[in-house]
Design a protein around this ligand. Structure first.
Ligand code: EPU
Length: 430
C-alpha cells in the first residue's frame, strides 16, 4: 500500500497554487450529460474522482478528451447510448448520484446503482428522491438500483427538508429541461452549487438565485454547449491555510476566492495566525502561539465540515481546550483515533469533540480514514516530532491534486513510498 513518509518540524514557506474545485467538478462533469453539444471545461483538478466520473460518462457514450495536462476537459454528449450506470462504475464514487438527475433530465429515465456508503455516517438520498418525484418522476429503489423515470418532467415547488448540496444540485439537474419554472427552497448555498449553476447557464440553462436559499429554474428545451472555467477549491485552499498556521510558516495561497474562506480566515485569526487577503490570494503566517477556539460546522457560509478534521489537527497543538461540534454529518470523528496515535488528546461524545491542546505531537504510523481525515493526518505529521507514515493514500488521491509535491515546494519533508518498496522521490534525509 502506498504511504506518505513525513518528517515533521519544517515551517511551510512560499507559494502554493490551488487547483479547481473537486466538488464543483464532480457535479459539472455529469451536468454535461444534459448538453447536446461540446462542453469545454477548464481548471479541472487532476484528481482520481474526476477520472472516475469521466470513465462513467465514457461508458454512457460521451466523447471525452483531456487537454492542458488534464486541466481542460472537452466533453461531447451529443451521441449518448445509455441511461444506465452500473454498480461497478458508481460504487467507486459517492457523487455518482448526480448521474440520476442528469440522466433523468436528458432521457426522462435513469437507472443508477445506489451509490455506496462512506466513512462518516449514513448518507441518505431521500431529499434527492423527493425532488425527482416532485418533478413528476416515479422512483423505484428496490435491489440497490435507483430507477427513475417520467413521461415528462414538469416544474414544481420543492422544499428541501435538510440543506443538502447533493439534493440541491440533483433537483436543478432534473429541472433544467422540465416544462415550466421550478422553485427549490432551502437550497444549499455552497460555492460549488453556484459554480455548477453558472456552468449550466453558460450552456444555455436559465437558473437564478444559486447562492441564496431559493433557486428558480426555468426549463429550456435544449442545452447546446460552450466553455466554462471551474472555481478554485475552497477546501484545498483551507487545507493549505491550516497547514501554514500549524507549522508557524508563511504561505501565499494563490488562486483562491477570499470570500469563500471567510469562516476559516476569521477562525485562524482568532487562534493567533495572521491572515491577509488579496484579490485572488491569501497570505497566512504565524509567529505567536496558537490559542484554543471553538468550532461548529455548518452549511455555507458557516465553517465547512470538509475542513473539520484539518482544524482539529491544528487545535490539537493549540494552548487550551477547544470544543468542536460537527453539525452536518453524524459520524465524522472516526479519524480522531488516528490523531491520538500521534499524541493528540481528544475526547469525542457523539457529534462533539473536546480537544485538549498538547505542546507536541510525536510521529507514528497512521491511516487516512477518508479524504479530509487524510489531510488532517498530513497536517498533524507536519508538526509532529519525528517521522510519521500515513497509509490509505487512495483517499487523499481522490481529492487533492499533487498534494505531496505542492507541500514539498513549500519546504515540507514528505515523500510517497510505493507499495513495492520504491520511492517516487528522493529519500528524506532522516
Ligand atoms: N441528507 C439527508 N438526505 C438527503 C441528503 C442529505 O438527510 O437526501 C443529510 C446528510 O445525511 C447530511 C446533510 O444532509 O447530514 C448534508 O449532506 P449533503 O447532501 O449536503 O452532502 P453531499 O452533497 O452528499 C457534499 C460534499 C461533501 C460535503 C457535504 C457537506 C460533494 C461531492 N460532496 O456531500 O464533501 O461534506 O456536501 O458540505 O459535493 C468531501 O469533499 O470530502 C465531502 C465529503
Amino acid at each position: 500500500m502506498d504511504r506518505f513518509v513525513i518528517m515533521g518540524g519544517k515551517k511551510l514557506e512560499g507559494e502554493v497554487t490551488i487547483s479547481g474545485a473537486k466538488n464543483a467538478a464532480v457535479a459539472i462533469i455529469p451536468a454535461a450529460l444534459l448538453v447536446e453539444g461540446t462542453c469545454t471545461i477548464e481548471n479541472i483538478p487532476a484528481i482520481n474522482d474526476v477520472d472516475v466520473i469521466c470513465n462513467i460518462l465514457g461508458e454512457l457514450g460521451a466523447k471525452i478528451q483531456f487537454k492542458d495536462e488534464r486541466h481542460t476537459l472537452v466533453i461531447d454528449c451529443s451521441a449518448l447510448h445509455s441511461y444506465t450506470a452500473s454498480f461497478e462504475s458508481v460504487q467507486r464514487m459517492r457523487a455518482s448520484y448526480y448521474l440520476i438527475g442528469a440522466l433523468l433530465g436528458r432521457f426522462n429515465h435513469a437507472v443508477v446503482a445506489m451509490p455506496g456508503g462512506c466513512n462518516f455516517g449514513v448518507r441518505p438520498i431521500d431529499q434527492h428522491i423527493k425532488a425527482f418525484e416532485a418533478l413528476g418522476a416515479t422512483v423505484d429503489t428496490t435491489s440497490g438500483i435507483i430507477n427513475a423515470s417520467a413521461e415528462k418532467l414538469i416544474a414544481a415547488h420543492i422544499f428541501l427538508d435538510v440543506v443538502s448540496v447533493g439534493a440541491t444540485i440533483n433537483a436543478v439537474l432534473a429541472a433544467v429541461r422540465a416544462e415550466g419554472v421550478t422553485v427549490i427552497e432551502n437550497a444549499a448555498k455552497e460555492p460549488h452549487v453556484v459554480d455548477f449553476a453558472n456552468f449550466l447557464n453558460a450552456m444555455g440553462a436559465r437558473i437564478k438565485g444559486a447562492g441564496t436559499d431559493t433557486i428558480k429554474v426555468t426549463g429550456v428545451e435544449k442545452l447546446s454547449g460552450g466553455t466554462y472555467s471551474i472555481i478554485p477549491d475552497q477546501i484545498e485552499a483551507g487545507t493549505f491555510m491550516i497547514a501554514a498556521a500549524a507549522t508557524g510558516g508563511n504561505v501565499l495561497v494563490k488562486n483562491v476566492i477570499p470570500k469563500h474562506m471567510e469562516s476559516l480566515s476569521s477562525k485562524l485569526e482568532e487562534m493567533g495566525a495572521d491572515v491577509q487577503e488579496f484579490d485572488d490570494s491569501i497570505l497566512v503566517s504565524r509567529t505567536k502561539p496558537l490559542k484554543k477556539a471553538n468550532v461548529k460546522t455548518l452549511p455555507y457560509p458557516g465553517f465547512p465540515t470538509d475542513l473539520q478534521p484539518q482544524i482539529v489537527a491544528l487545535l490539537a497543538v493549540a494552548e487550551g481546550n477547544s470544543i468542536v461540534t460537527e453539525s452536518v454529518w453524524d459520524n465524522r470523528f472516526q479519524y480522531v483515533e488516528e490523531l491520538r496515535r500521534l499524541g493528540a488528546i481528544i475526547n469525542v461524545d457523539g457529534r462533539v469533540a473536546m480537544v485538549e491542546g498538547v505542546e507536541k505531537l510525536t510521529g507514528a504510523t497512521v491511516k487516512a480514514t477518508d479524504l479530509r481525515a487524510g489531510a488532517s493526518m498530513v497536517i498533524a505529521a507536519l508538526v509532529a516530532n519525528g517521522v510519521t507514515e500515513v497509509y490509505n493514500l487512495k483517499y487523499i488521491d481522490r481529492g487533492y491534486e499533487d498534494f505531496e509535491h505542492k507541500l514539498q515546494a513549500l519546504g515540507a519533508q514528505i515523500v510517497r513510498k510505493k507499495n513495492d518498496g520504491t520511492s517516487s522521490e528522493q529519500e528524506l534525509a532522516l
